[in-house]
Ligand binder design. Sequence first.
Ligand code: GLN
Length: 449
Amino acid sequence: YRDAWEADQKSALPLNGYIEFFEDAIDLAREADVLRAKGDARPLLGLPFAVKDNISIKGKSCTCGSRILRGYTAPYNATVAERLLAAGAIPLGRTNMDEFAMGSSTEYSSYGPSRNPVNRELTPGGSSGGSAAVVAGGQAPFSLGTETGGSVRLPASYCGLYGLKPTYGTLSRYGVVAFGSSLDQVGLFSREIDDIGLALSVMAGKDSKDDTSADLDFSALANLSPAEIKGLRVALPEEFMREKGLDPEIAAIFDNACQWFRERGAVVETVSIPVLEAAIASYYVIALSEAASNLSRFDGIRYGLRKDPGEGYDELYVATRSEGFNAEVKRRIVIGNYVLSTHFSGDTYKKGMSVRARIQRDVAEVFKSFDVLLCPTSPTVAFKLGSKVDDPLAMYLSDLFTTFVNLARIPSLSVPMGTTAEGLPVGVQICGPHYGEEKILRVAKAWEA
Ligand code: GLN
C-alpha cells in the first residue's frame, strides 16, 4: 500500500487521499508477521486501514483538514481506533477531508482537494473523500470516515465502494472530533462487505467513555451470510423518486435494482413520507447549531494554532479563528449562532427539531411494515472539481438523499449498483431499522453474490 501511495504521488494528478502516511506502519506490519508466526490469531492482525483526519490516533497529528489544528497531536486513541489496534490492525495514515467534515467534495480541505480514482478530474465526494480515494485507489483495504449527513455514503457512491453509516450508538464517538454531536457517527469504506462487517464487529458496542454507545452484541457481524430475498419487504420513498434533480441514468440504475429485488421474490412497495422533503433544511439547521457550539473550543489557547496580536484574549480568539478557519466553516458558525439566537431560535432551531422528530417517527413507522428502505445515495454522479466550490447551496444539495438517515439515526449502506454510460459509479443505499446493520449488510451480500 505504501508503494501504491508513493507511486501515485509522482503521477501528474495525485489522488491526495493521504495527508500523512505513517512512517511506523511498515515496522508494525513486520511485527505483525512475527506475531503471526508465533501463533497470534487476533482477527485483524496485520490488516492495514486508513483513518480520517478527525479520528484520534495517540501520538499522531489530528487536524480535521484545518489550519487551526496544525501542530496538534492526539493525546489518546479514539475508542474505534483503540479497538482496531487491540485486534492487531495497523493504521496506515491520515486521510484528507473537508475542513471539520463540512462539505461534499474535499475541496474545503486546507490540504487541497482529493481526486476521484475513477476519473481524476472529478471529486471523490466528501467530506470523507480521502478515505474513499485511498480505498478506491488501491492504497488501503478499508478505511474509517465519519458521517454527520452523508459524508461516508456520498464518497462511497462517487468512488464505487461500499460505505456504511452505522446506527447512532453502534460506535463510540470518544476521540472523534465533534461536528454535530446528535448526528455524528464513524463509518467504514471497503470494496468488500465482509471487511466492513468484521471491522465493525471489533469496534462496536458499549464504551464507558460515550454514554450514547449501545450495550449490544455485534459479534454476528463478523460472519455474514447472504439474506433471503424472497419475501423481503422493501420500501421505496416516493418523495425521492419524484425529485427533479435526480439524474435519469441514476433513476434507471435504481429501477434495475428494484427489478432485481422483485425478480427474486421481494415485496417492493412505494411509500410516502412527505416530511422527507424537509430533511435537508432540518439537517442544516441542526448540524450548524451543534457545529457552532462544538467549534467554540478552538480558541487559540487549548489546541493547535495560536495567533496572538498581544492585545488580550478577545483579540487572540478573533485572530486565531479568522486565520485558522476556512470560509465554509465560518459561514456555518455564523449561521449556527444566528439560528440559536434568542430572537430567531423559535423560527429556526425549534422548527428544525420538530421536523426531525417527525422524520424519526415516520421513518420508524415504515420499519414496522418493511425490512429495508431503498433509495439512491446521491441525485448525481461525481461532479467536476471546481464546479460547485463557489456555490454552497449546490454543494448542500448533494446531501438530498442522505441526511434523513442521520436525523433518524438509522443505519444505511451505500452499495455500488451500477455505472453510467461514461463509466461513473452509482450507489444505492439500503437503509435499515435501528441496529439493523446485520440485516442491511446481509441484503447487500445477496446482491453482491
Ligand atoms: N455534506 C454534509 C455537510 O456538509 C456532510 C457532512 C458530514 O456528513 N460530515 O454538512
